[in-house]
Design a protein around this ligand. Structure first.
Ligand code: TPP
Length: 677
């Protein structure tokens, strides 16, 4: 269920209280003055500063981060919360020789500014610019690429063990958030690290937030530690704490050590896992942070250490601090102060062309409709309530909505259990994140033929989030599974139909894929219609070229067909709807009645087009000279860019479809001209 931790407000109060002289940035548009930051190009420059200068550096770093993100958009709250931590880590540790791994990497913008990328920071997430996450190919200061969560401790342990093999002495540090540490993989890593002698530092960045407030027992556990009386006392002994670490400890400091290591406050879970627990520490107080990190760095003993740091997401930027999601992610120009005229012009523009509903919203409303008709419909998400639209569904049906935390594997098997008892679970997980739960999909759901409904938002290319978040592979990894029904919506009405169809399919697992972004502006029906399983639809009938579409390239297919018709090449469009089972009768007819057959899907090789080819070959339909051209995403991890440019690069816009048809008909020159236009 979506339940905010009970002590949430209490925790926020405590955190705010404990922030000594919070670095309030009064931000005005225009580049901020950053005299100290201007002297820093790489972390070695940070290490030349006196510790007393770090506070100013952090303030300037925060201002620069806000200013950069106001140009580019992107993740804001998480980065602002770790400005002091970033500064302290680079001050204390000898990066890049010391390995620093950020979990997810969405909080690494300040890190990028301090590590030689400040000159490009205003290209974040833009085509050809810096990635919105950490990336090995981007910098030697990014030793491990990320974007999917909860990998940092495993990767760091790998680095630590490799260092030991090489008899080197460098430190290895992983920084992971309280949301990301809720995932099973983090525990697998801690379990392994705790049993190893390898020296490893894990910094738990506890800001009591994921994208939404985190859910589950781990979050409640951390809340208990931070809200404990002992932690309040600890704040008064912060300096003592810094002095007494490392082990062994003087008797006089025993009491403080007890607090410090969580014996009283409750860090025992980590101790039980084999970590030496230190904390909680105020992550915005550099006077506390730096000496503790130095002590940990200089501690000669082996084994893993966990430093529990408490921060505030969005810290130092009032709009972020006060917003519900702490401005987890923002659009460009979020903080530009607009004149009354500008506001009025914006309003008029919005009224003239109202924004179309996103696929996410259409999905949420469609699921509400299904849930109103059937009280067995339940919805599950993995820490993405707003991204998946389940925040909307959850308002209507709070008791039928489950946010399981960043735990895609668990989400899938949990849904399987619900299906066993006759419920109708919808596991709403981005295509890219469902990859993490593949064995659960195969072994727990599909093998047992359980009617779990997978709703895969962000199918296809996703723009600024780039390669790590692209939903390129679900068709390839789902269509090969027996029992599966796999659908792809061609437009928003089709999405409604497919949600209704998935609700009706109660004897098989099913999946629906739909993209990021807005629909095409169709009038939406009251409720979706249940589709005939494995049947496609003819959108437009022609005679020479047949385009077999799967998904939202449909609009591009229509444009392409218009142009082909205008060239005297009569074109059929079939929206196949199902990637599995495929409408073989329709495929057979189209293959027999057309000279050229083109398949198109927003997915990699190995999906819909590959299956069509397989069936055509099996039915002997390739034996008579049929010209078939499959159009899939290119065999590369595509860089972040505007979606339309990404599809241009992928050669999957209307002109590319036209060119493909012309080329198949031997009109290579014309094809080239069209493709280049
Ligand atoms: C496997 C996976 N699932 C979901 C996400 C989407 N996601 C990105 S950041 C984030 C929240 C992370 O919370 P936390 O670790 O506490 O970091 P914070 O943003 O609070 O600093 C989520 C759920 C992801 N990156 N990876």
């Amino acid at each position: 269920m979506t339940t905010a931790p009970k002590s949430n407000q209490e925790r926020i109060n405590i955190i705010q209280e404990c922030v000594i002289e919070a670095a309030e940035v009064r931000h005005a548009p225009g580049k901020p003055a950053t005299p100290l930051l201007d002297t820093v190009n790489v972390p070695a420059d940070v290490r030349k500063l006196k510790s007393g200068q770090l506070k100013q550096l952090a303030e300037e770093l925060r201002a620069e981060t806000i200013d950069a993100v106001s140009v580019t958009g992107g993740h804001l709250g998480a980065g602002l919360g770790v400005v002091e931590l970033t500064t302290a880590l680079h001050y204390v540790f000898n990066t890049p020789e010391d390995i620093l791994i950020w979990d997810v990497g969405h909080q690494a913008y300040p890190h990028k500014i301090l590590t030689g990328r400040r000159d490009r920071i205003r290209t974040l997430r833009q085509g050809g610019g810096l990635s919105g996450f950490t990336r090995r190919s981007e910098s030697t200061y990014d030793p491990f690429g990320a974007a999917h969560s909860s990998t940092s401790i495993s990767a760091a342990l790998g680095y630590a063990v490799a260092r030991d093999f090489k008899r080197k002495k460098n430190n290895v540090v992983a920084v992971i958030g309280d949301g990301s540490i809720s995932a099973g993989m983090a525990y697998e890593a801690m379990n392994n690290a705790g049993a190893s002698d390898s020296r490893l530092v894990v910094v738990l960045n506890d800001n009591d937030m994921s994208i939404a407030p985190p859910t589950g027992a781990m979050s409640a556990y951390l809340s208990r530690i931070v809200s404990s009386k002992e932690y309040r006392n600890l704040r008064h002994i912060g300096k003592e704490f810094a002095k007494i670490f490392p082990r062994p400890l003087r008797e006089a400091a025993r009491k403080a050590e007890h607090y410090a290591r969580g014996m009283v406050t409750g860090g025992t879970l980590f101790e039980e896992l084999g970590f030496y627990y230190v904390g909680p520490i105020d992550g915005h107080n550099l006077e506390h942070l730096v000496p503790v990190l130095e002590n940990v760095r200089d501690d000669p003993q082996g084994g893993p250490v966990l430093i529990h740091v408490v921060t505030q997401k969005g810290h130092g930027y009032a709009p972020a601090e006060s917003s519900a999601d702490k401005l987890h992610a923002v659009q460009p120009k979020f903080n530009v102060i607009k004149t009354e005229e500008e506001k009025a012009a914006e309003k008029a523009k919005a009224a003239a062309k109202p924004a179309l509903p996103t696929y996410t919203k259409v999905f949420a409303e469609a699921l509400i409709k299904e849930a109103e008709h059937d009280n067995r419909v339940l919805a599950i998400n993995a820490a993405m309530p707003s991204g998946t639209g389940l925040d909307i569904f959850g308002k209507k049906f709070p008791e039928r909505t489950f946010d399981v935390g960043i735990a895609e594997q668990h989400a899938v098997t949990f849904a399987a259990g619900l299906a066993c008892e006759g419920f109708k679970p919808f596991a709403v997980i981005y295509s890219t994140f469902l990859q993490r739960a593949y064995d659960q999909v195969v072994h727990d759901v599909v093998l047992q033929n359980l009617p779990v409904r997978f709703m895969m938002d962000r199918a296809g290319l996703v723009g600024a989030d780039g390669a790590t978040h692209a939903g390129s592979f679900d068709l390839a990894y789902l269509c090969c599974l027996p029992n599966m029904v796999v659908m792809a919506a061609g437009d928003e009405v089709e999405l409604m139909n497919m949600v209704a169809t998935a609700a009706a399919i109660d004897d098989h697992p099913s999946a629906v894929r739909y993209p990021r972004g807005e629909g095409v502006g169709l009038q939406l029906p009251e409720r979706g219609q249940v589709l005939a399983i494995g049947k496609g639809r003819i959108v437009k009938e022609g005679t020479k070229i047949a385009i077999l579409n799967l998904g939202t390239r449909l609009a591009e297919c229509r444009k392409a067909a218009e142009e082909l018709d205008a060239r005297g090449l009569s074109t059929t469009i079939a929206d196949m709807r199902f990637a599995k089972p495929i409408d073989l009768d329709l495929v057979k007819r189209l293959a027999e009645e057309h000279e050229v057959l083109i398949t198109i899907e927003e997915g990699s090789i190995g999906g819909f087009g590959s299956h069509i080819l397989h069936h055509l070959a099996s039915m002997g339909l390739l034996d008579r000279g049929l010209k078939i051209r499959p159009m899939v995403l290119p065999d590369v991890f595509q860089e972040h860019d505007a979606p339309v440019k990404q599809y241009d690069f992928a050669q999957m816009n209307a002109k590319h479809i036209v060119a493909k048809a012309l080329e198949a008909l031997g009109q290579e020159q014309a094809a080239e001209i069209v493709a280049r236009a």
